[in-house]
Ligand binder design. Sequence first.
Ligand SMILES: [Zn+2]
Length: 99
Amino acid sequence: MRQHGKLEYGGHAVPQRTCVGCRVRTAKSELLRLVRVEDQVVPDLRGRLSGRGASLHPSLSCLELAERRRAFPRAFRVRGPLDVSPVRAHLEGEPRNVM
Ligand SMILES: [Zn+2]
């Protein structure tokens, strides 16, 4: 994956987002969209949930980085801690994320 310049597919620049874990900027399609539902962070698998979102690489290491950096309360603009267990369960259930 190129880490510099614009990522382009078919000559068109694609929307980019920054991973809240490792802070790498990449194509939106490479990242898992997360939304806050009350005090939980949940994966927005179908892109249907509305509201403020955060983007994360679909990997447990990025999730852990984001937790350590308290990135979720900042991304969702809340004060309290957020429960990320739905995201972790999703990531642990994805065979492609097993290293
Ligand atoms: Zn990441």
